[in-house]
Design a protein around this ligand. Structure first.
Ligand code: NI
Length: 379
């Protein structure tokens, strides 16, 4: 696997972004390169996404995971290989992830005969809307995986840097909708109704105390209200009001505690205003919790390869990588990709020079983890 060739692949992927569940061209492109290099592909039965397999086909088995989807963003990087698809852009670096794990697969292919087990390389569709990982898991093809590894582009470290942090690194993210039912009436005679608007305002104010008054100060969590809606004219008190937002937490206990607190606060506050409140939750991904042993060994691997390993800060952003961690332990690392803009920004860029070292890091770590699993089985 030549570095120049890998950068070419990355640039092609960057130029041809596709939204979640529409990654047909991307899937075809990656499939063609893997097939040309005689890499085995597993039959997923899915329209987009791929799972490649290298090595003995027997235990121990580890997995490398990339995601492939882009965002509905109009690219503003001015790069010579900018998106050719209007309104769609690889603004989160999933093109980098796909190229990186493709590179790792091809590096592993070069030494396939010596692999002490199996490496499955996952090219997952639709991470941005948190659907793809559950689909990949539902194929059953990952049931035998003993350890999952993944990486994410990180603009705040330059190329050659890795962020490796044990424990919770990314948040659980749930969506909530609060619906308040009151009694509408003429705005000139509010005494004839139960106005849901002051009730909603009181619930919003009450929610501001969930983190400050009901959450352990040593735990991290967020409640953000992002949409508020009620009424449609000036002289009618509406029947109902609603709001929605997101809650984020790093542990299951905190997450569940906030759910209960929100339900209780909304119901009791609304009741004081003569209204009824219902909270609906749409559960998103679990938190991503990195295995400490893997992180320690990964930092060693990084140093052996001349990379800089740092302990990156955790984030309240969510990742559906956590779905794989229900099957087996794993870790997700930050891959320094430089640039001056955050992920999801129209000017986000990933430094191509970060690519080959990252691919080599994941290939090397996969082999070292196979060795580690084999050794620990023999003990
Ligand atoms: Ni992303």
């Amino acid at each position: 696997m030549e570095e120049d060739r890998l950068i070419e692949i990355f640039k092609w992927l960057h130029q041809h972004p596709e939204l979640g569940m529409e990654e047909r061209q991307t899937t075809e492109y990656i499939r063609r390169i893997l097939t040309e290099n005689s890499v085995r592909l597993l039959e997923t039965g899915l329209e987009t996404g791929l799972i490649a397999e290298l090595g003995t086909g027997k235990a121990p088995t580890v997995a490398l995971r990339a995601d492939m989807d882009a965002l509905p963003v109009q690219e503003a990087t001015g790069l010579p290989y900018a998106s050719v698809n209007p309104g769609v852009m690889h603004a989160c670096g999933h093109d980098f992830h796909s190229a990186c794990m493709l590179g790792a697969a091809l590096l592993l292919k070069e030494r396939e005969d010596t692999l002490p087990g199996t490496v499955k390389v996952i090219f997952q569709p639709s991470e941005e809307v948190n659907r793809g990982s559950a689909l990949m898991v539902s194929t059953g093809l990952l049931d035998d995986v003993q350890l999952f590894l993944s990486g994410h582009t990180y603009p705040w470290y330059p190329a050659g840097f890795l962020g490796i942090r044990p424990g919770p690194v990314m948040a659980a993210a749930d969506r909530f909708i609060v619906r308040i039912k009151g009694k509408g009436c003429h705005a000139a005679h509010p005494e004839n109704g139960d106005d849901p608007i002051p009730a909603l305002v009181a619930v919003i104010t009450a929610f501001q105390t969930i983190i400050s008054r009901s959450t352990d100060p040593f735990d991290s969590a967020v409640v953000s209200i992002t949409r508020v809606e009620a009424g449609n004219t000036w002289n009618v008190i509406p029947e109902s009001a609603e709001m929605e937002g997101t809650l984020r937490a790093m542990t299951k206990t905190v997450r569940d505690g906030i759910h209960r607190r929100m339900e209780q606060m909304a119901a009791d506050t609304a009741k004081a205003y003569g209204c009824e409140a219902v909270v609906e939750f749409e559960r998103g991904p679990d938190p991503v919790v990195n295995d400490a042993g893997i992180c320690e060994r990964a930092a060693d691997t990084a140093r052996q390869l001349g990379m800089r390993a740092e302990v990156n800060p955790p984030t309240m952003i969510a990742e559906d990588f956590s779905e794989y961690l229900r099957l087996a332990p794993g870790a997700m690392f930050r891959v320094g990709t430089g640039g001056s803009y955050d992920n999801h920004h129209p000017s986000f860029t990933a430094d191509p020079s970060a690519l080959f070292p990252a691919a080599r890091f994941f290939a090397t770590l996969a082999i070292q983890e196979l060795d580690h699993l084999r050794d620990s089985n023999q003990m």
